[in-house]
Design a protein around this ligand. Structure first.
Ligand SMILES: [Zn+2]
Length: 150
């Protein structure tokens, strides 16, 4: 069994204070196969949460936390590659809930009546009610709004 206070003992699973100290020293000093954590850290900072970073990169949350709070100065090439590969892509923005004039038009009853009340063309009303027109022009919206006030 390797001595306490060595990485070899730590790797065997010992978490006593000397072994953890050895591990901490190990993580702060340059080694073959390790790369600076700094650029990797920049990448991780783009993720909104550590949880999301862990999910996207498949790197453990403990490792991610250590990189982000600067306790690890170097990471393995494997971890660096995984993090670099998993670029953060923000989720698509939710569409703003749109104020809809459709229920107002529907409450006006028939297309003919809605056309009469708003002063809009029947075709315009019809297209809007059928969902053919998704977006109304501002002046059309105004006419509908004016009709409610009556
Ligand atoms: Zn130990």
């Amino acid at each position: 069994m390797p001595k306490h206070g060595t990485m070899r003992r730590y790797w065997r699973g010992c978490r006593c204070l000397p072994c953890r100290a050895a591990c901490s020293v190990y993580r702060q000093t340059p080694h073959d196969g390790l790369v600076p954590a700094e650029p990797v850290c920049r990448q991780l900072e783009l993720f909104p949460t550590q949880r999301e970073a862990a999910r996207a990169t498949l790197v453990s949350r403990a490792t991610i936390a250590r990189i982000l709070n600067g306790r690890t100065k170097q990471v393995s090439l494997r971890v660096a590659r995984q993090i670099q590969k998993a670029k953060y892509t923000p989720p698509p923005p939710k569409p703003e809930p749109e104020f809809s004039l459709l229920p107002i038009i529907q409450r006006m009853g028939s297309i003919a009546r809605a056309a009469r009340l708003t002063g809009l063309h029947r075709n315009t009303i019809w297209k809007f009610r059928c969902g053919i027109t998704a977006q109304l022009r501002p002046e059309t919206e105004r006419k509908i709004l004016n009709a409610i006030e009556l």
